[in-house]
Design a protein. Structure first.
Length: 441
């Protein structure tokens, strides 16, 4: 990073979660003495930051006057840049960036960038696995868990970055070998207000890329600027799924790669995720042999259409990561063809201002029983006659257990965020798995 960027300037790090604390450590190594701020009164991990190396720590409500004296604001993704105190500071001339921008200013290694409403983590992890299987040192980072500035300290040959719209909003200088928008479905309307604004945020991933990879079936993913582009489609002639020797094969770069049945991840949505991962990995130097090895050894990520129990002829699937309508629609579309019996859906939580009406057709066509819970459970239940509204996840699992027979599948795919009832989506998924074990075994 060009140290002159911060020479003589006051820098504030706002938001001291995992990425925020990684940002603080990074700035300290650069000789920057930042001011630290968080809207919370208690911050885990702050005790590991040497107080004599920072220019003050302020917890609680953000002070607009204090922020107004800052030159650079490094804001964590979870904090809305439209916060009144931040807007006031920007009006006084402060410059707003995020940790991905700091990474971009420092990094010299090839980057693959992935965003989308759904599927980001699977594609990021699978792409990194493909590169590993091809003999390349790849590190997956960003929104997937490893803070991007911690990843910068690794010996990676390629960085595979999962980027949220929130991260992209504060990124201006990122350069990538390839960038992909998997899909754009309604999410975070409480922050963006309109689909157009949300889609525009996602489009920022294409800035500075050598190859834009997009979803032909989703017009909102199509690059709006002039850039080399690759369209992905399950029926595509270059990348897609074709019939060969009486079975479905992945078609990659114009040639059949492998039978779909040999993949460790299942569902139509994961066939698309596999194609996207192949295109990204090839752009960074992966081999076809590496792609095949990865697709036959990849382990499905927790809380993403994860089979938690298959007992007594009934499968229980944890898709707690489905925090928006599009993710739940994808899960149902991918799993329904594989269910010989009934599909029972557990949904509900904090809808983040979403319009649930898009679920109506699928709920009445593909879902046999609907069980809802949480803040927006009633709104989802209203879309399907005969739905069951319950008070908590244990009650949902008990209700499902009373409805199932052999060959049925119970799917937790909430179409909502989790914070109305749980610590996070992982906590929700873990509680679901525990309830299933207790009720069904």
């Amino acid at each position: 990073m060009n140290a002159k960027l911060f020479q003589g300037k006051r820098v504030a790090v706002i938001g001291l979660g995992l990425s925020g604390l990684a940002t603080v450590r990074f700035l300290l190594k650069q000789g920057v003495k930042p001011v630290l701020m968080d809207t919370r009164l208690k911050v885990s991990g702050l005790e590991n930051i040497p107080t004599d190396k920072v220019d003050g720590i302020y917890l609680g409500e953000l002070d607009a006057n204090r922020l107004a004296h800052m030159d650079v604001l490094v804001v964590s993704p979870g904090l809305d840049p439209k916060h009144p105190a931040i807007r006031f500071a920007l009006a006084q001339g402060a410059h707003l960036i995020g940790d991905v921008e700091l990474f971009a200013l420092q990094n010299q290694k090839p980057v693959l960038a992935i965003t989308g409403a759904n599927g980001k983590s699977t594609v990021t992890s699978l792409t990194a696995h493909m590169l590993h299987c091809s003999g390349l040192r790849a590190v997956a980072a960003g929104n997937i868990g490893l803070p991007i500035l911690d990843a910068l300290q690794s010996d990676a040959e390629v960085f595979v970055l999962e980027l949220s719209s929130f991260q992209l909003d504060t990124t201006h200088s990122l350069r990538s070998k390839a960038a992909c928008i998997l899909n754009v479905t309604e999410d975070h309307m409480d922050r963006y207000g309109t689909m157009a604004a949300y889609a525009a945020s996602k489009q920022r991933v294409y800035q500075g890329t050598e190859l834009a990879i997009y979803n032909k079936a989703d017009a909102l993913t199509t690059p709006k600027t002039s850039v080399s582009a690759l369209a992905l489609d399950l029926a595509g002639a270059d990348y897609g799924v074709v019939q060969q020797q009486g079975e479905s094969w992945l078609l990659v770069a114009g040639d059949p790669l492998m039978p779909v049945r040999d993949m460790t991840i299942v569902g139509l949505h994961n066939q698309f995720n596999a194609l996207a991962s192949c295109a990204l990995a090839l752009a960074a130097g992966a081999s076809r042999a590496g792609l095949i090895e990865a697709l036959t050894t990849f382990t499905s990520l927790p809380h993403r259409c994860q089979l938690v129990l298959d007992q007594k002829g009934v499968r229980w699937v944890n898709d707690s990561k489905a925090t928006n309508v599009g993710a739940t629609l994808a899960a149902i579309a991918g799993l329904r063809p594989e269910v010989a019996g009934k599909l029972i859906l557990i949904a509900g939580g904090d809808g983040k201002g979403a319009d649930f009406s898009e679920l109506a057709t699928v709920l009445n066509r593909d879902v046999d029983h609907l069980i809802t819970l949480g803040q927006d459970g009633p709104a989802i239940a209203a879309l399907k006659a005969g739905s069951f509204e319950v008070k908590d996840l244990m009650a949902a699992v008990k209700t499902a257990a009373q409805l199932v027979t052999a060959d049925d599948l119970v799917l937790l795919s909430p179409a909502c965020a989790s914070l109305d009832m749980f610590k996070n989506y992982e906590d929700r998924g873990q509680q679901f798995a525990a309830a299933v074990q207790k009720v069904w075994l």
